[in-house]
Design a protein around this ligand. Structure first.
Ligand code: SAH
Length: 237
């Protein structure tokens, strides 16, 4: 089996790894999204304290740290070793204990089947060759009734104009080549991937990012470009 990873994508993130915690660097939009998506995950999960959470494609640990601060027991994986180095040393500096692993989602799912109450996978699906396999592995990681929250970008004309043309070329929020529009996922496609592996759709929620003010608004039921998908693992499979 060939690994479900695009080495060029990993190399891109590895090259930027030293800037994960730079509030004015290319990850600034993720820092601005972070409190909003944390609150959303917390609401979907009915609280985080004491829960086992897996964060898939964790990068420098922006969400993993926020989850840990809420009292979750966090395992976080990525395939860019440089990002994990940054994540580990940043967490140590904050006095946070997070189980960072250089591991694929599929390998974690094999090792920890059904062990997590909550799985998060933010802004990662649009960087992998086979997103359906990631959704399947996320389902495998969850206990029955567990909560999955994923975010990605919508493959529409607005997604192309705002997510690529505006963000990378006009406003230069993120480096050119950060996103390949063809890998964006329509909500219907993501929900179909979930349905195939026993994940019930609970809510779709747009994340509207204003690059001028840095403000983020959630728009439940209204997806334009960036969105959160909340799914729940079926009790009976
Ligand atoms: N989830 C983080 C980082 C998003 S950037 C956040 O939202 O703050 C996308 C991340 O996915 C990068 O860290 C990249 O290294 C990781 N990634 C890309 N392909 C991956 C794969 N196949 N397996 C695990 N991580 C992957």
């Amino acid at each position: 089996m060939t690994a479900n990873v695009d080495p060029q994508e990993i190399a891109k993130f590895a090259a930027s790894a030293s800037r994960w915690w730079d509030l004015d660097g290319e990850f600034k939009p993720l820092h601005q999204l972070n409190p909003v998506r944390l609150r959303y995950v917390e609401q979907c999960a009915g609280g985080l304290f004491g829960k086992r959470v897996a964060d898939i494609g964790c990068g420098g640990g922006l969400l993993a740290e926020a989850l840990a601060r809420r009292g979750a027991q966090v395992t976080a994986i990525d395939l860019a070793a440089e990002s994990l180095d940054v994540a580990r040393s940043h967490a140590a500096g904050q006095g946070l204990t997070i189980d960072y692993r250089l591991q694929s989602t599929e390998a974690l799912a094999e090792a920890e089947t059904g062990q997590f109450d909550v799985v998060t996978c933010m802004e990662m699906l649009e960087h992998v060759p086979d997103p359906a396999a990631i959704v399947r592995a996320c389902a495998t990681l969850l206990r029955p009734g567990g909560t999955l929250v994923m975010s990605t970008l919508n493959r529409t004309v607005s997604g192309l104009l705002l997510g690529v043309v505006a963000a990378e070329y006009l406003l230069r929020l993120v480096p050119k080549g950060t996103h390949d529009w063809q890998r964006f996922l329509k909500p219907s496609e993501l929900l179909a991937m979930g349905d195939a592996v026993g994940l019930l759709p609970r809510e779709l929620c747009g994340m509207h990012y204003n690059p001028l003010t840095g403000q983020v608004a959630l728009t439940p039921g209204k997806v334009v470009v960036n969105y959160l998908a909340y799914l729940e693992k079926r009790l009976c499979s």
